[in-house]
Design a binder for this molecule. Structure first.
Ligand code: ZN
Ligand code: ZN
Length: 422
């Protein structure tokens, strides 16, 4: 159950703010990524960094978070042991795509950035943990990438709270940055109201010969104009609040209603995984797509368990989730759960010096064992090659680097059986 005294909405916004600020400083080619990114996002960002280096390309993000962007956080799913929030920011942003140091594409507009922030309630992330293999004490964070002493790798859940996925959308005109039109409107409104309410008096004064009264009324009108001008700022803020509210009330649920998946899929999943959360699952889908796109070869790609195939997406240098999924079919067969799902992504292609953006749908058939134990807290378990006993990162690499035996990842987590661009 969620913690009672915690303001998840506020924390979600703080986490998104920190994430965006760090993204501004990030050089993906160095394999850096903001600290709140999930381990899956960080890992695929490393692969993306290699893709960029291979093409001598570079991406720079500039999100303007000062002054504070218009923000909100909403709850989309029911809380289980996972608590999820969907914070979003509306802000100005510029993204530059450069090849060989020359900017080839610059996107500059008002964007809404959405993120999935996930907490795992009661996660035991004590400062240190005893390696179950060699007994050495390390921090839980170190164990995520393997015991630093004996190099044993573990299957363990990520450290929460984390951002499992984020995406941005160009936001239609609506957020007002210029105060001038509102100031003019304010002058018109305030002097107009005063004039309307005192119409008879003003008419009498300005048609009479009483200079003193003319000056007094003239001064009052001037004060109204100044007051109106100043209230323009308040009008602007009110208009923006109204816009954000309408955006939240009409746009987001509309987008979600499109996706009946949001309602049906959790019912199916909770049949064998009672803490299933759609937001967490979407994070997994994005991870799988990023793995399929950024892995140059599928031969040793742990998450791909289908027919041998070539990667057809080697020109993609950046991708963001479009916010649309459609689960077309889901079933259980021989104790494995299968999901046939479409996911829409915004991709940036780089061919030589040509950089262009495209919205594309991917179709995937993914599966995992219905008995896959989901590790909550740190009931971590050692990954051991069943053949030679060596330990390796089986969540990312398919074969044991020592004896080349395979590891049956679908017994533990989702893998891809079919993957195609539609
Ligand atoms: Zn160890
Ligand atoms: Zn082995």
């Amino acid at each position: 159950m969620p913690e009672k005294n915690k303001d998840y909405d506020k924390e979600a916004l703080d986490i998104l703010k920190s994430f965006v600020d760090e993204l501004n400083e990030t050089d993906i080619r160095d394999g850096e990524y903001p600290k709140y990114a999930s381990a899956d996002l960080k890992y695929t960002a490393k692969l993306q960094g290699k893709r960029l280096s291979g093409k001598n390309a570079d991406i720079r993000y500039h999100y303007i978070t000062d002054p504070a962007p218009h923000a909100n956080a909403i709850k989309l799913d029911k809380d289980t042991r996972y608590v999820t929030r969907f914070p979003f920011y509306i802000m100005e942003s510029t993204t530059e795509y450069a090849v060989e140091g020359k900017v080839e594409k610059r996107d500059s507009f008002t964007k809404t950035m959405f993120a999935n922030v996930i907490w795992l309630v009661d996660q035991k992330k004590d400062e240190s943990y005893c390696c179950p293999n060699c007994g050495a004490v390390s921090s839980v964070r170190e164990l995520l990438t393997g015991c630093p002493y004996c190099k044993t790798r573990f299957m363990m859940s990520d450290l929460y709270p984390s951002i499992t996925n984020y995406y941005d959308r160009k936001t239609k005109e609506g957020i007002y940055t210029s105060v001038l039109p509102f100031a003019l409107l304010g002058i018109l409104l305030v002097t107009g109201i005063y004039g309307f309410m005192n119409y008879d008096l003003l008419k009498a004064v300005f048609t009479s010969d009483d200079m003193t009264q003319k000056i007094i009324q003239g001064a009052i009108l001037a004060v109204c104009a100044v007051g109106g001008f100043l209230s323009g700022y308040i009008l602007k803020i009110l208009a923006n609040i109204l816009y954000v509210l309408l955006y939240t009330i009409f746009y987001l649920p509309g987008m979600i209603r499109l996706v009946k998946t949001k309602r049906k899929l959790p019912e199916f999943m909770r049949g064998f995984e009672k803490n299933f959360t759609l937001d967490h699952f979407v994070g997994k889908l994005i991870y799988l797509i990023r793995m399929m796109v950024y892995s140059d070869s599928y031969e040793n790609c742990a998450v791909y368990c289908g027919e041998p195939a070539e990667n057809q997406c080697r020109d993609i240098i950046d991708m963001t989730y479009f916010g649309f999924i459609n689960a077309k079919n889901y079933y259980i067969e021989n104790d494995y759960a299968y999901v046939d799902i479409d996911v829409r992504m915004y991709n940036i292609y780089c061919k030589g010096h040509r950089v262009k953006r495209k919205a594309e749908d991917y179709n995937m058939l993914i599966y995992k064992s219905v008995h896959a134990e989901t590790d909550y807290g740190f009931s971590i378990h050692k990954i051991e090659c069943k053949n030679c006993g060596s330990s390796f990162d089986a969540a990312r690499e398919k074969f044991c680097p020592f004896c080349k035996s395979g590891y049956n990842l679908p017994d533990y987590d989702w893998v891809v059986k079919e993957f195609r661009k539609k």
